[in-house]
Design a protein. Structure first.
Length: 275
């Protein structure tokens, strides 16, 4: 991967393909969750695809202080500027979905469209329970360490993850353990203070695709509730459900997700001269 200098921070990134620009923003722990999509021909043959590691992950600069979602959105914008991209389709998974929403709020001219894969928003009646589970996760991290808690985190969101993750991204678990401090000590406290609700959603004018794993609501009601509320609040929202998948749907069914993303982007293409 190449590296971009963003102020005092270096971000690892990789660009492949040609066409309308797309940037993928990963969530907590597993920094390469979008890599399976890069070989899906429906995307690889038609779009310029950018994946990167957020600060504190893999080979990007480490962090030693809190990093908020506003800063993460600014990092993404700065990376796009480094690449000479003025507007892009933005895809965010989990915590990366929150970053994508913030990017659309802060610099709406940059985000041509948003695809949100079960974003980390605390909304509706499930918000309190979600917040509590995140706090307990941080407590567990300090009590029992990263190996145990990363496993617990993944199992809660993707039961039986081990075999598929080891086959598709064999290094990912060890990297997630190495990066766990970033999430628990530097990102999570800022996420707990981040505010996103109906008022903020109403300000997002871009077309948005909200994608829900077909089995995710059986794991936690927050996934389905957040999906429904985003569809109700966002002015130009479309929904998709990927059957048989849970929270890491881009690894579980990359082809199905690629089809959903490509169909969405084809409905919302750039106008000439906007790239």
């Amino acid at each position: 991967m190449e590296k971009a200098k963003i102020g005092k921070t270096e971000l690892e990134y990789e660009v492949s393909g040609t066409g309308e620009p797309v940037v993928f923003i990963h969530g907590a722990f597993v920094a390469d969750t979008f890599r399976p999509l890069l070989v899906e021909s429906r995307l690889a043959d038609r779009y310029q695809l950018t994946v990167y590691h957020r600060r504190g992950y893999a080979g990007s600069s480490r962090v030693s202080e809190p990093v908020g979602i506003v800063q993460q959105a600014a990092d993404c914008r700065a990376l796009l500027r480094h690449l000479g991209v003025e507007r892009a389709h933005i895809v965010g998974h989990s915590y990366g979905g929150a970053v994508a929403l913030q990017l659309a709020l802060d610099t709406p001219d940059v985000a041509h469209s948003l695809a949100l894969l079960e974003p980390a928003v605390m909304v509706g009646t499930s918000a309190q329970g979600y917040r509590g589970s995140l706090v307990r996760g941080a407590e567990r991290y300090r009590e029992v360490g990263a190996v145990v808690v990363v496993d617990e985190f993944l199992r809660a969101r993707w039961p039986g993850y081990h075999d598929i993750l080891n086959r598709v991204l064999p290094y990912a678990f060890d990297q997630a353990v190495a990066d766990a401090e970033t999430w628990f000590e530097h990102e999570l406290p800022e996420l707990l203070d981040w505010r996103f609700g109906e008022a903020e959603a109403r300000r997002i004018s871009q077309p948005v695709l909200s994608v829900l794993g077909g089995e995710s609501s059986t794991l936690s009601p927050r996934f389905g509730e957040a999906h429904r509320l985003l569809l109700a609040w966002l002015p130009h929202a479309e929904g998709a459900v990927l059957p048989g998948t849970t929270h890491f749907l881009q690894i579980e069914d990359p082809r199905g997700l690629a089809e959903a993303l490509a169909a969405f982007w084809e409905r919302h293409r750039f106008l000439a001269g906007l790239m």
